[in-house]
Design a protein around this ligand. Structure first.
Ligand code: TXA
Ligand code: MG
Length: 329
């Protein structure tokens, strides 16, 4: 297992010698390596078992440093960065040649963000290179929001995890770029679309295609628990599992089922707070996945605020098990 601690000097030393380190951010934990070191980047793909067509996000300490490896920032994206960095926003920018093809999967853009976590910001400020960091989960599985999640799945493959506690946002960053002169969202995430539109006006949201060349990593089956994860009308799903005598657990929002044992139902936010639901989502999915049941049941949340990004993750987790997909959208 990896050592877990809060020692920035240890993390810095390992990263400088080409090793990988688990790092906390406000969104999810990252699996970080020196973005300018092709061997470290190759290790990231190997440890995650990630296909090489799925490019990585580069993390830096400030907007100022982005020009080290990008050619320019379009005005609208600059305004977003000014307003929301450090924060759960990733920008797609034209790269300079010092970013390798391995990082970008051969694309001419590079994904960049300044994460909002004091430990990771201090670490980044102490390094003379940026960090490439995908979410610190095996490819296709649920993203980690606690150091223990990283240790449980990648702990035997990395030396150190910087422990920054529970992630405050709990969903990956929102990915934004320019397409045909328009600000375009490629992945819904921890910064909601309204927040983006309040700065740059109407944006295009293009997150659906699994073959979207701009965001090759947005595969349909993603964030997936190992157990069957079924999305639909929760009440109906519960009733049919009961009548078929199937064992099941429930991921709910603002709902409680008297007919189900307390331990088999996790409510993302009893008060109906979407930010709280986002923060709890991945830990709840993990907990449900480890329960002794044959299926996990869930339903979509309201399509507003972070509810949109949460629903995106639920749909991807359910992939082929969706019933009544559009009932609340
Ligand atoms: O919140 C986050 O963004 C977290 C934390 C650790 O920062 N990172 C994260 O990385 O979610 P990852 O690798 O799990 O997801 C990155 C996504 C992938 O879907 C990838 O396809 C997309 O970003 N991406 C990266 N570079 C891209 C590029 N040049 N063009 C389009 N999509 C890109
Ligand atoms: Mg990921």
């Amino acid at each position: 297992m990896a050592a877990i601690g809060k020692d920035i000097a240890t993390a810095k030393g390992l990263l400088e010698s080409g090793e990988l380190v688990g790092i906390p951010t406000e969104t999810v934990y990252g699996l970080a390596g020196n973005a300018f070191d092709p061997d470290a980047v190759a290790k990231i793909f190997a440890v995650k078992d990630r296909p090489s067509f799925d490019p990585l996000i580069i993390h830096t300490a400030s907007l100022h440093q982005v020009s080290d490896f990008t050619t320019h920032i379009p005005d609208s994206l600059f305004l977003l960065a000014k307003k929301y960095w450090p924060g759960p926003l990733t920008l797609l920018l034209e790269r300079k040649p010092n970013i390798s093809d391995l990082v970008t999967s051969g694309l001419d853009t590079v994904a960049v963000r300044v994460p909002q976590h004091p430990l990771t910001l201090s670490l980044l400020a102490s390094l003379d290179f940026p960090l490439a960091a995908p979410s610190a989960n095996p490819f296709g599985y649920i993203s980690p929001t606690q150091a223990s999640h990283v240790n449980a799945q990648l702990g035997d493959k990395i030396p150190y995890i910087l422990d920054g506690g529970d992630c405050k946002v709990g969903l990956e960053s929102t990915i934004v770029g320019m397409e045909n002169g328009q600000v375009t969202v490629y992945r819904l995430g921890g910064l909601d679309v309204d927040a983006i539109e309040s700065v740059v006006g109407r944006v295009v949201v293009k997150t659906h295609s699994s073959s979207n060349p701009k965001s090759p990593g947005m595969l349909k089956s993603h964030y997936a628990p190992k157990k069957p994860f079924v999305l639909g009308n929760l009440k109906e799903l519960v009733n049919s599992c009961i009548s078929e005598k199937k064992t099941f657990a429930v991921l709910s929002f603002k709902k409680h089922f008297a007919e189900i044992p307390e331990t088999l139902q996790l409510d993302l936010s009893p008060t109906g707070d979407l930010d709280e639901a986002a923060k709890n989502l991945f830990a709840a999915m993990r907990a449900l996945d480890s329960m002794d049941v044959s299926v996990i049941l869930a339903e979509l949340l309201p399509e507003e605020g972070l509810g949109r990004a949460i629903n995106d993750r639920l749909r991807r987790a359910a992939a082929d098990n969706i019933q009544g997909l559009h009932h609340s959208s």
